[in-house]
Write a protein that binds this ligand. Structure first.
Ligand code: COA
Ligand code: MG
Length: 284
């Protein structure tokens, strides 16, 4: 599973070149909001040639209900991207529409059927918040769900989505939580949204650590400096690994008990599952 996904505007040759020296687990070449409509045709060609022979490169296309979505796919699919990031889906049905297009492109270009993954930005459309369970079993291409607060704030006419301290307002925390639970229900990755203040790396580290604590598997990045911080934040700490190993040892030593005491606290099955998941992710 990827910890860091770095957005790179696909119209910027300079930024595309820069990626050679960046340690992101995955890149997302953006054809949507980071690119103006006028620059889009050239950006499609740049993205297509950049993709050739590379791994773990995703492409964010335009929303599936716009006239740009198909030309985006037509341009990049011959180069077999790892996956497509789908912005502003109205519901999981939009991911299913995308999956059907991918079926056709894979066949046309001799790409292994089903190998192109999908990541849906599942909260960008207000209506989408009311049917997030639709992602359960929607398509086996679904890699994960991520979320965004900018389009949502614009959609409701809000002047901000953050409080005076820069924290998400409760309504956007709600969207974030819904994304997290929808991803867990659909058994796919949960990827936290961008941290836009790209000079504040201490703030990013705190945010990303919280994201992992909350159960997110990775995070979106917009600037090269964010990548190492995110990668580090999504690695478990030495203390966490040690604590997880102690929990597993304790259950091994007490095979008949569903619940045991550790450092004066009750530990039961959910804790065992958490410990197993942490060690599994760590050992990958
Ligand atoms: N990918 C690759 N390289 C990047 C990059 C990115 N996302 N963001 C910045 N760089 C490069 C810059 O080109 C610069 O290199 P250079 O000096 O050799 O040209 C270097 O990293 C440092 O960049 P910096 O000057 O600190 O930032 P900036 O002002 O040039 O760019 C942003 C700031 C936000 C415009 C830029 O980071 C960006 O385009 N991010 C992605 C935006 C995006 O895709 N948004 C859509 C999803 S929300
Ligand atoms: Mg957006």
């Amino acid at each position: 599973m990827s910890r860091s996904f770095l957005f790179v505007p696909a119209d910027s040759e300079r930024k595309l070149e820069k990626t050679e020296s960046i340690d992101a687990d995955a890149l997302i070449l953006d054809l949507e909001d980071a690119v103006t409509p006028a620059a889009r045709p050239a950006a499609r060609q740049l993205a297509a040639s950049y993709l050739q022979g590379k791994h773990n490169i995703w492409v964010r296309i335009n929303p599936i209900d716009t006239d740009d979505a198909l030309p985006d796919l037509e341009a990049v699919m011959p180069s077999a991207p790892a996956g497509i990031v789908l912005p502003k889906p109205r519901s999981a049905a939009d991911a299913v529409i995308l999956a059907k297009h991918l079926d056709g492109f894979e066949e046309q270009h001799g790409i292994e059927p089903g190998s192109t993954r999908i990541m849906a930005l599942c909260t960008e459309h207000p209506a989408a918040l009311f049917s997030l369970d639709g992602y359960i079993g929607a398509t086996s291409r679904l890699y994960g769900l991520s979320w965004g607060a900018e389009d949502l704030a614009a959609a409701v006419g809000a002047s901000s989505n953050r409080d005076e301290n820069g924290n998400w307002l409760p309504q956007y925390e709600l969207a974030r939580s819904l994304c997290l639970f929808a991803a867990a229900a659909a058994e796919v990755a949960a990827v936290d949204t961008v941290f836009t203040d790209f000079r504040d790396l201490d703030g990013l580290l705190r945010y990303a650590r919280k994201a992992r604590r909350d159960g997110f598997n990775g995070m979106l990045a917009i600037h090269p400096a964010q990548v190492d911080v995110i990668n580090a934040a999504f690695e478990p700490t030495a203390e966490e690994i040690e604590y997880a190993e102690r929990i597993i040892r304790l259950f091994d030593e007490n095979p008949g008990s569903g619940t045991v005491g550790l450092d004066g606290k009750m530990v039961d099955r959910p804790h065992l599952i958490q410990a197993q998941r942490l060690l599994q992710a760590y050992r990958k």
